[in-house]
Structure formats: C-alpha cells, structure tokens
Design a protein around this ligand. Structure first.
Ligand code: DHB
Ligand code: FE
Length: 289
C-alpha cells in the first residue's frame, strides 16, 4: 500500500530560484534564508520519498484567463520547467508518476472532487523552487530530481478561488486515494506558496509576521478550525497573494491525525522576512512510523 509519510510546507518565491541559479546563496541578503533550509535538505536526503505530491499554483504560465481550472492534476510522464519570461530555470525535467496520478484522479473524482486532468503542461517557479529548496540543485542536463513528482495546481490567482475548507477536505480525499493504491510507495505531500505577501497596488510589500506565525501555530495544532478562515481574512491580513496559503491546507488535510491517526511530529519550523516581497515560511511534519 502507498503511504503518506510526511508533509512539507514552503514558500515558492521566484527570486529564490534566481538566487540559486545565479549562485548568490551566500550573499548577506540570501544567506539567512538558505540557512533555514540546511536542515531540510539533510532531512529530505534521509527521508527520500518515491513520489512527491506537490501542491502549487500556476502563475499564468501553463494556464491563462482562457482556461482556469480550480484543481488540476498532472498525469503526464514528464513536465518541463517553464519559460516565465527570462528562459526556463536551469533545472532538470520533472518526471511524473502517471500510474499513481491516474489512480488519485480516479479516486478523488469518485470521492466528489472534480479535478481537471492535465497530460501536458510546463511547471513554473511555484513547483520548481520548492524542489530546489528541498533537494538542492541537480545538474540540469546530466542530473535528475531525486524522486518522481505529481504536480497538483490550484487556482489562487483568478477569483473565485477555492475555500480553505474545501482544500482541507480535498487533502483528506487525497490521503484516501494514496492509501488505496496497491504498490508500496513512500509518498510525501507538499503545500507551497505564501506566506504573507502582496505584489501590487497601494498595499504592495505588505508583510504580517504575527498573522503568519499564528497561521503556522494553528496549522500544526488546530488545522480544522484554521481551515474555516474565510478567504477575505487571508487577503486583508496576509495580502492578496497570502491567499496562496490555502494550498497548505491540502497537504495538512492529508496527514494521519486528520484521518483518525496520531498527531504529526514537527521536524522543522522556519520563518524569515524578507525574500523579495514575501515572508517565507517553512514546516516539515512527519507522520509517526
Ligand atoms: C513573489 C512571490 C510569489 O509567491 C510569487 O509567486 C511571485 C513573486 C515575490 O515575492 O516577488
Ligand atoms: Fe506565488
């Protein structure tokens, strides 16, 4: 049986990718940010999954106002790093897991969540920056990411966006789907985006440390109540792009305690301001073995 062994939560700021790609990680501005992921890279190497189910949002790269899927699952064999206007990031192609992805699509759709199935799409910084932060930077040509990845894109860009509650319940359906897959696979689920940030308008640059840290506390200890936070609260308190945090609730909903099991262990917690215009948050939660 496939199992969800851990969840990882991290911001996905594009400038972090640029700092990595341009070899600037030891500069004074970036060093404290990357130091927060030293543990994570060691942890990932020691707890390497077979598959990462990676919840992220597409930033008008694969999708546009022509087509706005609320939830889209990548069922393809491979996904190329997207050209977001300055060339694709120099990172390897993302290798999918079509069999597990198709199984999850079948199970979750029959469990009343209507997913869009995507066999072909490029993946932007929302997906590749978390991979770089957790896995390091493999050689773009000869190297490979250390595991397969199922991209799961959530619309948090164009309103209406899904509620935190629906995201949390979807995470529970994803857990049921993974656990009904026969082959013995170690699966991690990652939620990305956030934390507080607003990229445009009079409030551009908004950061709310107190709200962010309370979100981290509640995500660990009281995710059920947290999932009832209305989307207006995210936007008012954490900025227009703070709404990306609903994606963390998908990963949290897939953890054991939400589904009748034991509370997770907090393996790592990190918070840092600033990275570009964004507050960076990061958590690793492990299910008990
Ligand atoms: C920034 C952060 C994001 O999450 C994003 O998708 C784009 C830009 C930023 O802080 O610059
Ligand atoms: Fe984003």
């Amino acid at each position: 049986m496939a199992r969800i062994t851990a969840s990882v939560y991290t911001s996905h700021v594009p400038a972090i990718g640029a700092a990595l790609d341009l070899g600037r990680t030891t500069e004074p501005y970036w060093q404290p940010l990357f130091a927060g992921y030293d543990f994570s890279k060691r942890w990932f190497a020691e707890n390497r999954p077979d598959v990462v189910f990676l919840v992220y949002n597409d930033h008008a790269t694969a999708f546009s106002l022509d087509l706005i899927p609320t939830f889209a699952i990548g069922t393809g064999e491979r996904f190329q790093p997207a050209d977001e206007g300055w060339g694709p990031r120099p990172v390897p192609t993302v290798i999918g897991h079509p069999d597990l992805a198709s199984h999850i699509a079948h199970s979750v759709i029959q469990d009343d969540f209507d997913l869009t199935i995507v066999n072909k799409m490029d993946v932007d910084h929302g997906l590749t920056v978390p991979l770089s932060l957790m896995c390091g930077q493999p050689d773009p040509v000869r190297g490979a990411w250390p595991c397969t990845v199922i991209p799961f894109a959530v619309n948090v860009v164009q309103y209406p966006v899904p509620s935190g509650r629906r995201c949390f319940m979807l995470g529970q359906a994803i857990r049921r789907a993974v656990e009904s897959y026969g082959p013995d696979l170690n699966v991690q689920i990652w939620g990305t985006g956030g934390m507080s940030h607003q990229l445009q308008g009079p409030r551009a640059g908004l950061i709310n440390r107190e709200w962010d840290n309370r979100f981290l506390d509640r995500l660990i200890t009281d995710p059920d109540a947290l999932s009832r936070t209305p989307h207006d609260d995210y936007v008012r308190e954490a900025g227009s792009e703070g709404i990306e945090l609903v994606m963390w609730l998908i990963a949290r909903g897939a953890m054991a305690d939400i589904n009748g099991g034991a509370a997770p262990k907090v393996a790592h917690r990190f918070y840092h301001v600033p990275a570009s215009n964004t507050a960076v948050g990061h958590l690793i939660l492990e299910n008990s073995k």
